[in-house]
Design a binder for this molecule. Structure first.
Ligand SMILES: Cc1cc2nc3c(=O)[nH]c(=O)nc-3n(C[C@H](O)[C@H](O)[C@H](O)COP(=O)(O)O)c2cc1C
Length: 162
């Protein structure tokens, strides 16, 4: 598993995009394109998608032949509140729908009261949460296998509305 870091990305600006994609964005696009699948783990900010995650998706979505198209994606969220980020996940699904990503539907993982489930090093200490995440990763592996056939060039002849 490779962890993508978006901290170096500028705020999305079409004027920056006009000459060519910034290097940091281009490298992110290349890494997403070459990945078998993408796992998005996110907190919830003000009932919605954290700005930096949205900014990253906005940049990546502007790439020629954007790399989320037909890419298997799984989502999990952790938040301070009891819902564990339910709202952010549906906002995220909406964005990924437009990008034609193949988002795993079930099981959904919402880690509520996250402050009580991780140690100071960020390791999950809650057995139930670990079991849920393991179940999701097993389903995601199966999803990646099932979707492999449609990933290759599917729908490439259709016009893509950016
Ligand atoms: C700007 C901002 C908005 C937030 N909004 C929510 C929210 O709507 N619901 C919620 O449960 N937690 C919210 N949180 C708390 C995040 O869930 C929490 O920061 C996240 O679990 C990551 O934990 P950490 O900040 O200790 O790394 C917010 C945090 C920030 C910084």
């Amino acid at each position: 598993m490779e962890v993508l870091d978006w901290r170096a990305l500028p705020a999305f600006d079409a004027d920056l995009l006009a000459p060519s994609m910034p290097d940091d964005v281009a490298s992110l696009v290349t890494r997403i394109r070459s990945a078998d699948a993408v796992l998005i783990a996110t907190p919830k900010y003000n009932f919605s998608v954290p700005g930096m995650l949205k900014n990253t998706l906005d940049w990546v979505s502007r790439a020629e032949d954007q790399p989320f198209r037909r890419k298997p994606v799984a989502i999990l969220s952790a938040a301070t509140g009891p819902l564990g980020g339910a709202r952010v996940q549906y906002e995220l699904r909406k964005i990924l729908l437009f990008l034609d990503a193949l988002v795993l539907t079930k099981p959904e993982i919402f880690i509520g009261r996250a402050f009580s489930k991780f140690d100071p090093q960020g390791r999950c200490t809650d057995a139930t949460t670990r079991d849920f995440v393991t179940a999701q990763m097993t389903a995601f592996q199966q999803w990646c296998i099932e979707t492999r056939a449609i990933k290759v060039g599917a729908g490439a002849e259709r016009p893509v509305w950016k």
